[in-house]
Ligand binder design. Sequence first.
Ligand SMILES: [Zn+2]
Ligand SMILES: [Zn+2]
Ligand SMILES: [Zn+2]
Length: 212
Amino acid sequence: MALTDAMTSPSRLSALPVELQKDIVELLDIPSKLALRITNWQFSSLIKPPTHQDLLAAERSAWAMTRRLFACQDCIRLRPSREFADAMKKGPKGLNGKEPHKRFCIDCGLHPKPRTTRYSPGSEMEVMGRRYVICKFCKMYTSEVGCVGSGLCGDCHASCGCQCGPTSVSMAPRSGSSAKKRKRARQREYEDEWDLPECYDEHFWECYDPAD
Ligand SMILES: [Zn+2]
Ligand SMILES: [Zn+2]
Ligand SMILES: [Zn+2]
């Protein structure tokens, strides 16, 4: 059953006996369940919070795929594509990879839970095709990257005396027209990305604490 069937009349649904509501809810797919869950307290108590497994199933639904939503193993939310490093959305951690369950969002990577290792100072990553670094010196997370592999932000890189010169990667022009073309193609890809509507609030998913 699709979201719209239930969502057009959540009030009529809530007027039904609870047992019947439960039966109907069971027929809903995961995105619909979760959407219904946040419409009112009645449904939020009726419908269990999503587990990481639920979200891993949900991220493969057409609904999540058109919106480019991905599950994070740490905050147990479906978050928009831009909240993840590119490497988290392809290869092993991609939708069709072997370990999408190991994917975590940038926020969780920067602020890991105790006893978990995520991003550490010196980590470099690409987000929506743009390079970021967690500077190993000043610990800042920034797109002002020193030279690739330096693990430094532009400022720290400039003052460390690296022989490659002060130009940061983001400022250095890529040589060759094919690189330019690639870049343009990549930009187009991201512009095409489904613009999340005003009504999408990822905090909707903040309803489950895996520590519970
Ligand atoms: Zn997260
Ligand atoms: Zn720095
Ligand atoms: Zn350098």
